[in-house]
Structures are given as C-alpha cells and as structure tokens.
Write a protein that binds this ligand. Structure first.
Ligand code: FES
Ligand code: FES
Length: 178
C-alpha cells in the first residue's frame, strides 16, 4: 500500500480505491478499510466460487491464491491486496472452457461431494503442484491440511491430486483415465 486513493462519502465514511488483478483481469473496487478480500470477491466481483465457512481462518473454504500462495481470503483485508494478483477457482478454467487437470481429476475420482470445500482444496493443491510437481501423498495431505472437508474423508481428494500430478507430469492433462 498505498498509492490507494481515499474517498470520504457524505456520511464521513472513508473508502479506498483498490486495484487488483483477479484471474488475469485488472479490477478496481471501492471498499471500506475493514472490507475482507473474500467479500470483495464474492459480493463486488461476483466470484462466488470462493466459499465462506468459518470466517475465522479455520476451515480453508475461502482459499484463493495471492501472488501464487494459498491464503484464507477471510483473513485478508481488501486494502492489503491492493496491487496484488489473485487467482480464484473461476480462474482455473482454461482457454476454450477446459477444466484444469485438478478439476478433472476431482470429478473423475469422486473427490467432490457437497463441494463446499472443493474450490479451496483445489487451489491449495494447485499451489502445491506449482512448486512440487511430483508430491508424495504425505506432501499432498500437508498441503491441504488447512482445508477442512466434512464429507469425503480426504482419501479421494488425495487420490485426485496424485492423479492430476501424474497426468501433468505425463503432459496429458485430463483424459479420464486412472
Ligand atoms: S471462511 Fe475463511 S478460513 Fe473459513
Ligand atoms: S465435499 Fe463437502 S465439505 Fe468437502
């Protein structure tokens, strides 16, 4: 911060003009000092793939990538994200509407049940594979440790991440094989 422009409205409330790069697009939002990034994504930018659960930093359902690192967007102030790059689950869909290999593997291996944890889980896995393309199961479990899932028991989630890593290593993306 802060080259951010501050605006005071007729009620004396100060707001800030925040510039973000979200899924590759430059976006400008006007927010209060205490507005959370998760609320900017969902309410200002209509990117409701980012879920809100605990709003306390405990569940990971609000995970997004901030400059490539997974963060709980309920713990980040929008003003703190000024000038930063953010990737949400919507940003993983590739050109031609192709799903990311992680998304494909989650579908193929029944790693999605209610789906509430899934966007955050996939983004944590995405960050892992970016720095460690060939993780062990233990490394996958550690990478998603902050993403709570009440449905799957994690077994199929870990399997899906391992499969996506393997497919990416083999350069074949999603092909609906094991
Ligand atoms: S909603 Fe952010 S960690 Fe639970
Ligand atoms: S699939 Fe329901 S919380 Fe994970």
């Amino acid at each position: 911060m802060t080259t951010m422009q501050a605006i005071t409205d007729q009620n004396g409330v100060k707001r800030y003009m925040v510039n973000l790069v979200v899924n590759g697009d430059h976006r400008t939002v006007v927010v209060k000092a205490n507005t959370l990034l998760v609320n900017v994504l969902r309410d200002h930018l209509d990117l409701t793939g980012t879920k809100k659960g605990c709003e306390l930093g405990d569940c990971g359902s609000c995970t997004v990538l901030l400059n490539g690192k997974p963060v709980n967007s309920c713990l980040v102030l929008a003003v703190e994200a000024d000038g930063q790059e953010i990737v949400t689950i919507e940003g993983l869909v590739q050109q031609g509407d192709t799903l990311d290999p992680l998304q494909e593997a989650f579908i193929d291996h029944a790693a999605v049940q209610c789906g509430y944890c899934t966007p955050g889980m996939i983004l944590s896995a995405k960050a892992l594979l970016a720095k460690n393309p060939s993780p062990t199961e233990q490394e996958v479990r550690e990478a998603i440790a902050g993403n709570l899932c009440r449905c799957t028991g994690y077994v199929n989630v870990v399997k899906a991440v391992m499969v996506a890593a393997k497919r990416l290593q083999e350069g074949r993306g999603a092909d609906h094989e094991g």
